[in-house]
Design a protein around this ligand. Structure first.
Ligand SMILES: *Cc1c(COP(=O)(O)O)cnc(C)c1O
Length: 427
């Protein structure tokens, strides 16, 4: 596969090139095991001396094709697909951190990732320092410790829609000899390639725009191949792994040391691989990713501009609006658009927000975001309903806040739906 193809072409063609007489469309290889003629051949696979499939917990042809497509889109040397975005985040950090190590993370990250770090991985003995989204270089420097092994952030934080200054995070991480891991779920590689700004590893929840149809839960880890692991801070990559007869990852796999270890060590031991059928569905979504992102962004821009000039709306947050505090950063990191998610408030607070949402006819109320159907969520009456208005304010969530994931329907139908629902609030 020619990786100089443009992203929209890679979406369709990367990862799978059938030979003469083979299926044109990526087949689902629904098999846990693979047959060999000799014990010698199988032994070489087990010793990682040959490439090949032997058990679908480690690698499967359908999953492999999707991994290669995502690696091509991000411009990485390799990718490991996982059963969820959460599994990808967990493995990406665990691959190079053990009890006693420390991670610096932006605080404006997906709520699930925050819980994983702040509770579950803390209980495993890994320490975390959280820094505010608009952190200065000095504050980031101050958060770094001698045992820091990872710096972590999201390109476009869910749900705060903060655009992160990836180059700043990369600069500080690299000055301390540690990699930057970036969750690139919301922009997808169509709108941002974090490796171009110094990120070393990218993670995804493929559940969102990559799938785009809300039919599978999945994740991915992509390795840029650029980080030098041999600075003494990462013995798990540079010292012999006894479970592979003393093999050293950096010696055997070079630039692909990190991503190979994630597969042959962590997928082997933890087993959070995706099902081949889900990989097939993800691939189907990826084929139209570039086309869909363009429409999500142009629709969201129209909705954001409509809401901003409407007297019934109290505030709008979308990085594509000139009024956004993140407009400048968005122009740098997301010049072709950010994503389809907008947050805004309707005048009249919590009750008005609830009335607005219940009055929508086209858009539906769901917990999910980032699929092709326009959907809305009112955090104050759903995910955060136990909080008082004061507690919500502390969490940065207004009682009137509505999160809208703008889909790819005709924009005039989306706008008409919003307009009639706003009328009902004020009726
Ligand atoms: C949804 C999401 C996740 C978690 O992914 P799952 O596939 O639901 O496990 C992680 N990061 C971001 C930014 C997300 O939006």
């Amino acid at each position: 596969m020619d990786h100089s193809y443009r992203p929209d072409t890679l979406c369709i063609h990367a990862g799978y090139s059938p030979k003469s007489g083979e299926p044109r469309v990526l087949p689902i290889v629904q098999s846990t095991t693979f047959r060999y003629n000799s014990a010698e051949e199988m032994g070489r696979l087990f010793n990682l001396e040959d490439d090949g499939y032997f058990y679908s917990r480690i690698a499967n042809p359908t999953v492999d094709a999707v991994e290669k497509k995502i690696a091509a889109l991000e411009g990485g040397v390799g990718c490991v697909a996982t059963s969820s975005g959460m599994a990808a985040i967990f493995l990406a950090v665990l691959n190079i951190c053990k009890a006693g190590d420390h991670v610096v993370s932006c605080s404006a990250i997906y709520g699930g990732a925050f819980n994983l770090f702040n509770k579950t991985m803390r209980d495993m003995g890994i320490d975390f320092t959280f820094v505010p989204p608009d952190v200065t270089e000095e504050q980031l420097e101050a958060a770094m410790k001698p045992n820091t092994r990872v710096v972590y952030c999201e390109t476009l934080a869910n749900p705060a829609l903060v655009v992160t200054d990836i180059e700043l995070y990369a600069k500080v991480a690299h000055a301390h000899g540690v990699p930057l891991i970036v969750d690139n779920t919301f922009p997808t590689p169509i709108n941002c390639k974090p490796f171009q700004f110094g990120a070393d590893v990218v993670v995804h929840s493929t559940t969102k725009y990559m799938d785009g149809h809300a039919v599978q839960i999945g994740g991915a880890i992509v390795d840029s191949g650029n980080f030098n692991w041999t600075n003494g801070k990462f013995p798990m990559l540079t010292e012999p792994d006894e479970s592979y007869h003393g093999m050293v990852y950096t010696e055997r796999f070079g630039k692909a040391a990190y991503i190979t270890k994630a597969r042959v060590h962590l997928l082997r031991d933890i087993g959070c691989q995706p099902a081949p059928e889900n990989a097939f569905l993800l691939n189907l979504g990826l084929e139209t990713l570039a086309l869909r992102m363009e429409r999500h962004c142009s629709n969201a821009q129209k909705v954001a501009e409509f809401l901003e000039q409407d007297a019934r709306v109290s505030w709008v947050n979308y990085p594509g609006l000139k009024s956004s505090p993140y407009y400048k950063l968005a122009q740098k990191y997301l010049p072709h658009g950010s994503c389809g998610v907008i947050s805004f408030g309707v005048k009249g607070g919590r009750a008005a927000a609830a009335k607005f949402m219940e009055s929508l006819q086209l858009a539906s109320m769901v917990i999910h975001v980032a699929d092709l159907r326009t959907s809305v969520l009112h955090p104050a009456s759903t995910t955060h309903r136990q909080l008082t208005d004061e507690q919500l304010a502390e969490a940065g969530i207004g009682a009137d806040m509505i999160r809208m994931s703008v889909g790819i329907e005709n924009p005039d139908d989306i706008l008409a739906d919003i307009n009639q629902a706003l009328d009902k609030v004020n009726a």
